[in-house]
Design a protein around this ligand. Structure first.
Ligand code: 7TS
Length: 574
């Protein structure tokens, strides 16, 4: 038997890294990129990039319809890819592989097609508390439409399925079990064989969401005996816009088509249509041919290295990451299941994940922050989200060390910003009548920001202003005072005194708090009409805010500006 050591030696990490050009770029001021957002999407090996170029250069035409050479080439490549993908997960037949746009579409296909034909009023669909929204919402939609019920397998505090509760959930009304193989936000590897056996004992089919599994461990759909298996090309080093639905032949044959159109029919007349057989019945319209061809090359690439060797290497890397992360004071790992793959999710003291992620980004380290499309799971842990480092076969201990160093920097930076902010903390604005005009305040604030050349220094200063803002009274942290549309929690309390408007605000993310503090500082004590007349978008642009925040935060900024104006409008008319 091979030992881990010999496997790791055979696993040539330098050669693997050399295959991925994106990893060798520097970002911002020449910082090497440390890419730890693989669960969101993985980088592409040169072989995949070259194959796409070759396909589009020499082989492209539409599939399944031409008599000419290029159409034949495209069809051959497209169908050869299907056979290659079938081999990768050991499907019994190539026609059990259905091309989709990704995991989300694969699940929607089954939820729609299976749901419409097999789920009725009073039936039940079983999912788990750790599902990605992609494996919740499509089932919710079907249940709503059919009057069926969604049942949820609970998860314990380590992020493991409660199998005892699962067994109790199964009954004669259960029509399907849909479960994530590996959790994207916790990294938990679920005991899918055990889950499938229990369902099959009652004749219930099982769908597995393998979006975070196939790139990390060997998957054999026949050995698992799952009925459906879904994954995305882009997370397994292939192109975006291509995904796979595997289904057992007999089940797929029995299901109605998902979408109608060209390429999925046998005959069409206005009296009616007969459908083509598998797999075409489920592939209406011109497919993502290049995506399929590129995906097959990505899988070939992984098979050459060996999924067992990849799993062993990544297991060792994750153990190292856990060990190193736990040396950081105040770091709390979220997701501590006994079986995990490639995801380290955590919170750093009371720092908002977004603030942590933004500073890591400045340092060249790409992670994801937030709820990771698993809001019910985050609610169970009582947190808004996490910082998530997710590893791929090309990551190294050096990447982990860079992350740990980066987190020490984050702690220091946030600590300094808090201290400086608090040292400058302002008392709540007293209601005086001779406040400077908005124009004067605006000038003063813009000049302060102009002192910094570097956008990162400006962002630190913004956070300091947030920390210096007077505290918001707990009584004002109400649902009514929440500003919705922001990724973090923001409260704004507004009141009028002597015909002038006074704001108090807070947020649980420092960058967001900085932005609302800017608005409060600019507008506090002004008459509502002056607030309504002010171009606040232009003000934010003048202090360079759009360069300090991500695109998603811009929506939040818009929501804050809108709220300030609406509150001023209400007071102007009161
Ligand atoms: N299921 C799981 C378990 C996932 O992690 C994702 C994407 C999906 C389904 C949806 O895949 P898609 O390719 O159809 O979008 N997960 C993530 C993530 O964790 N960060 O960004 C996307």
């Amino acid at each position: 038997m091979q030992t881990l050591e010999t496997q790791t030696t055979a696993f040539d990490i330098d050669r693997i890294r050399a295959d991925f050009p994106a990893l060798h770029q520097t970002i911002y001021d020449g910082r090497p990129l440390v890419y730890l957002d693989n669960a969101a999407s993985a980088q592409k090996p040169q072989a995949v990039i070259d194959r796409l170029t070759r396909y589009y250069t020499w082989e492209h035409s539409n599939v399944h319809r031409g008599v000419h050479l290029l159409s034949q080439r495209a069809t051959d490549a497209y169908e050869a890819a299907r056979a290659r993908i079938a081999r990768f997960i050991n499907a019994a037949h190539a026609h059990e592989i259905i091309y989709t746009r990704g995991t989300s579409e694969s699940i929607n296909l089954v939820a729609t097609s299976f749901g419409h034909s097999r789920i009725g009023a009073g039936d039940e669909v079983v999912i788990s508390a750790m599902e990605h929204h992609s494996n919740i919402v499509p089932w919710q939609m079907v249940c709503q439409e059919k009057g069926a019920r969604l049942r949820v397998i609970p998860v314990n505090d380590r992020g493991e399925l409660r199998l005892d509760a699962y067994d109790d959930l199964l009954n004669d009304r259960t029509k399907i079990v849909a479960l994530v193989h590996v959790s994207n936000s916790l990294g938990t590897v679920n005991p899918v064989r055990r889950v499938i056996e229990a369902a099959h004992a009652r004749g219930i089919p099982v769908l597995l969401d393998g979006a975070q599994a196939v790139q990390h461990m060997p998957v054999d759909v026949q050995a698992l005996d799952c009925d459906f298996y879904c994954f995305s090309g882009h997370k397994i080093f292939g192109p975006t816009g291509i995904g796979i639905l595997y289904g057992k032949e007999a089940l797929l044959n029995a299901l109605p088509p998902y979408q109608g159109g060209g390429d999925m029919i046998e005959t069409v007349s206005f009296a009616g249509t007969t459908y083509d057989g598998l797999p075409h019945k489920f592939e209406a319209g011109t497919p993502h041919i290049a995506g399929a061809v590129g995906l097959a090359v990505a899988l070939e690439y992984l098979d050459e290295i060996g999924l067992d060797a990849i799993a062993a290497y990544e297991h060792d890397l994750l153990a190292y990451a856990h060990e190193r992360l736990q040396t950081i004071d105040g770091l709390r790992l979220i997701g501590t299941a006994a079986e995990k793959a490639s995801v380290a999710s955590f919170l750093l003291e009371d720092a908002n994940p977004y603030d942590t992620g933004k500073i890591l980004d400045e340092l060249g380290i790409a992670v994801r922050t937030g709820h990771h499309c698993t809001m019910p799971l985050m609610n169970q842990f009582g947190i808004p989200g996490t910082v998530r480092a997710s590893f791929a076969l090309y990551n190294t201990r050096d990447d982990v060390d860079a992350l740990v160093e980066g987190l020490h920097t984050v702690r220091r930076r946030l600590g300094t910003i808090r201290q400086r902010g608090r040292a400058n903390a302002q008392p709540a604005a007293a209601p005086v009548d001779d406040v400077p005009s908005i124009a004067e305040r605006r000038q003063e604030i813009v000049e302060e920001f102009d002192l910094f050349d570097d956008v990162n220094d400006k962002r630190d200063y913004l956070m300091e202003l947030g920390e210096a803002m007077p505290d918001l009274d707990d009584a004002y942290r109400t649902e009514q005072n929440r500003i919705h549309g922001c990724l973090s929690m923001v409260w704004l309390h507004t009141e009028a005194r002597h015909g002038r408007v006074y704001f108090q605000a807070d947020s649980n993310a420092m960058i967001t708090k900085g932005m609302i503090a800017l608005l409060v500082r600019l507008l506090n004590g002004q008459p509502p009409e002056a607030i309504l007349a002010e171009d606040l978008d232009a003000f934010m642009a003048d202090v360079d805010i759009p360069h300090m925040i991500s695109a998603q935060r811009k929506n939040g900024l818009g929501a804050m500006i809108k709220r300030v104006k609406l509150d001023a409008l209400a007071l102007a008319h009161s």
